[in-house]
Design a protein around this ligand. Sequence first.
Ligand code: HEC
Length: 123
Amino acid sequence: MNHTPLRVALSLSAAILLASPALADTHVPPSALGEPPEFGLLKNAPGVETVFYSCTACHSERIIAQQGLTRDEWSELIDWMVEEQGMTMPDEVEMVEILDYLEAHYNVDRPNFPHHFPVIAGN
Ligand code: HEC
């Protein structure tokens, strides 16, 4: 079962998220502290934690940030990762959060495309 470590990592993230709702609520934006962004290239907006922890077990958040899709296309892509790549299906609440976030910030107009990171263009 070569997916086992991924599943463990995902369950751990889920457990941490579930165990610390208070922590999430009192989250101070890293920018306020002058620290580097905690969620890499992902736009810091409601839902970013869920997206980051659900989606970066297998690949970098860069692959998300450089993509621009409609809500339906994101939904299909997530289905594909669940069906073909062994991703754990997010629960309903997480799925809505993830799709709301992706639709708002990584839609076809690509409002947050990381133009300033040449490493992506080079890949
Ligand atoms: C279980 C592993 C796994 C998880 C979890 C996962 N992905 Fe993926 N994802 C993959 C694999 C494997 C690929 C294909 C990578 C490649 O082609 O190099 C991929 C590719 C992608 C791509 C590129 C698709 C394209 O058209 O090139 C995007 C965007 C993406 N994932 C977004 C997400 C998002 C958003 C989430 C969270 C909701 C997520 N991934 C969670 C495994 C995963």
